[in-house]
Ligand binder design. Structure first.
Ligand code: GLC
Length: 403
C-alpha cells in the first residue's frame, strides 16, 4: 500500500508527534508499504520522518496561509480578514497546489492522510483527476466547533471519499455535530512506552533553568507544554505561589508563528517576579529528550484552561510513572481515572490545582501509588502498536471498499 501524508508545518508539535508514531508503527508492522510525506515548511520533522524511512517532500505553504492561525480561524469576526488573506494568497496557493498535485500524482497513493486543518481544506483540490476516488483521511486533533471558519470550509472540502480519524471520543462527538454523517473512527493517540519509561537518565532541571541546586528532598512540579496561551502557564504560576516549598519548572516554548496566540517568555518572567517566585520557579526550553525531564519531576501538571482534545504530555508523564494532575475536561478526562492513576482539577481553577499540588507534595505514598498505576494504564492503553494496528485496519478497510 502507498500512503501520502500531508502536514502544514515542518515543526514538531502534538499532531506531528502523532504522525511520527504512525509512520514508526507502519514501518514496523508493514515494512513494505511506501510512505511519503509532503510538509508545508522545513524543520526538524523532515529529518525525523526521513530517519524512519519516509520519503519527504517540502512544498512551502504560502506565508499568508501559514500565518492564518488558530486565533483568526477561531474568530467569527475575522471572516473578511480571512477572505482578504486568501485572495492575496491566491497566486502562491496555486503554486503550492500544483506542487502537491505533482507529488501526489507521482506517488500514486492508495490513501491520502492529512494531519492539519490547512491541509484538510486542500485535499479535495489535490485529489482531482485519477485520484478523485482515493480515500482521504482527515486526522482531527482539535475541536472543529471552536473554529467557525474552519467548520464551514471543511463542510465544502469534504467528499464522499473523506473519512475522519478522531484522537478522542470527545473530539469525535464534537466533529459528529459539525459534520454529521461523515465516517468517523476514534483512534486514541499513542506514545512510545519504551522511550517514556520510568527507567533511564534524568535531566538536571535546576542547571537547565539556571536555579541553584535544590535540596534532594524538595518536591519538583513541572509543566511541559508549548507556549499556546490556553496551556495554563499563568494558572500554574498562581497555584505554585500558594504552595510554598515546592520547586516549579515550565518546560517548552513557542512553536507556531501566529501572533497573539502564545504567552511569551517575557510575560512569564514578569509574572514570576510579580508572584515572588524567582528563587523557586525556572523556565527551560524544549528538551530533545522529554522523558528525561518527566523522570526528573515528582509531579507533572497538565493545566490547560480550555478542554484539551487529548494531551500527549499526560500520557507521556503517566508512562514515565509520574504522579500527574490533569485539567479534567475534553479528551484529557478520558485518559485517567481520578484518584486511581492521576488527580483531576477543574480547568483554570487555581485553588483546586494548588490543593492537588499540595496533596501530592505532602504525601509521597499517594504519589507512588498514583504513579505506579499510571504506568500500568499507559502501557495498557497508550502503547504505539495498538495505534499502528488501528490505522492499518482503517486504511485496509477503506481501500477494500474503494475497489
Ligand atoms: C493537538 C491537541 C492535543 C493533542 C495533539 C496530538 O495539539 O490540542 O490535545 O494531544 O494535538 O493529537
Amino acid at each position: 500500500m502507498r500512503i501520502v501524508f500531508l502536514n502544514p508545518v515542518g515543526m514538531i508539535g502534538g499532531a506531528e508527534r502523532v504522525l511520527l508514531s504512525a509512520t514508526r508503527q507502519l514501518r514496523i508492522l508493514r515494512p513494505n508499504w511506501s510512505l511519503v510525506a509532503i510538509l508545508g515548511s522545513h524543520g526538524p520533522l523532515a529529518q525525523e520522518l526521513t530517519a524512519l524511512g519516509v520519503v519527504v517532500h517540502i512544498a512551502p505553504i504560502p506565508p499568508a496561509l501559514a500565518q492564518l492561525g488558530d486565533t483568526q480561524l477561531r474568530e467569527h469576526t475575522s471572516r473578511w480578514r480571512f477572505l482578504e488573506t486568501m485572495l492575496f494568497a491566491t497566486p502562491s496557493l496555486f503554486v503550492y497546489l500544483r506542487k502537491l498535485r505533482e507529488v501526489i500524482q507521482k506517488s500514486r497513493p492508495d490513501v491520502i492522510h492529512s494531519h492539519g486543518f490547512k491541509t484538510h481544506l486542500l485535499t479535495r483540490m489535490v485529489s482531482l483527476g485519477c485520484h478523485s476516488q482515493t480515500p482521504v483521511f482527515w486526522h482531527i486533533h482539535d475541536y472543529v466547533s471552536e473554529r467557525p471558519m474552519v467548520r464551514k470550509l471543511l463542510r465544502h472540502a469534504r467528499t464522499p471519499r473523506t473519512q475522519a480519524l478522531a484522537i478522542s471520543q470527545s473530539v469525535a462527538r464534537d466533529l459528529a455535530q459539525v459534520l454529521p454523517g461523515m465516517p468517523l473512527h476514534v483512534i486514541p493517540n499513542a506514545i512510545d512506552t519504551h522511550t517514556f519509561s520510568p527507567q533511564g537518565p534524568q535531566a538536571d532541571l535546576d542547571r537547565l533553568a539556571g536555579l541553584p541546586a535544590s535540596d534532594p528532598t524538595c518536591v519538583r512540579v513541572g509543566l511541559v507544554a508549548t507556549y499556546a496561551n490556553w496551556k495554563g502557564h499563568m494558572t500554574f504560576l498562581e497555584a505554585l505561589a500558594r504552595v510554598p516549598g515546592v520547586r516549579g519548572y515550565i518546560v517548552g516554548g513557542p512553536i507556531y508563528a501566529t501572533a497573539g496566540s502564545q504567552v511569551t517568555l517575557a510575560e512569564l518572567h514578569a509574572q514570576r517576579r510579580a508572584l515572588g517566585l524567582e528563587d523557586r520557579v525556572g523556565f527551560i526550553p524544549f528538551q530533545p529528550h522529554p522523558a528525561e525531564v518527566y523522570r526528573a519531576l515528582d509531579v507533572v501538571v497538565h493545566v490547560s484552561t480550555r478542554p484539551e482534545p487529548f494531551g500527549l504530555t499526560i500520557a507521556e508523564a503517566m508512562s514515565c510513572q509520574r504522579a500527574v494532575i490533569v485539567a479534567q475536561a475534553g479528551g484529557a478526562a478520558e485518559l485517567f481515572t481520578p484518584g486511581v492513576d492521576a488527580l483531576g482539577h477543574t480547568p483554570g481553577n487555581i485553588a483546586e490545582l494548588a490543593d492537588a499540588i499540595n496533596r501530592l507534595a505532602s504525601d509521597p505514598t499517594l504519589r507512588t501509588r498514583l504513579a505506579q498505576q499510571a504506568r500500568r494504564t499507559a502501557v495498557e492503553r497508550f502503547d504505539e502498536p495498538r495505534f499502528g494496528q488501528q490505522l492499518i485496519d482503517v486504511y485496509s478497510h477503506s481501500t477494500m471498499s474503494h475497489v
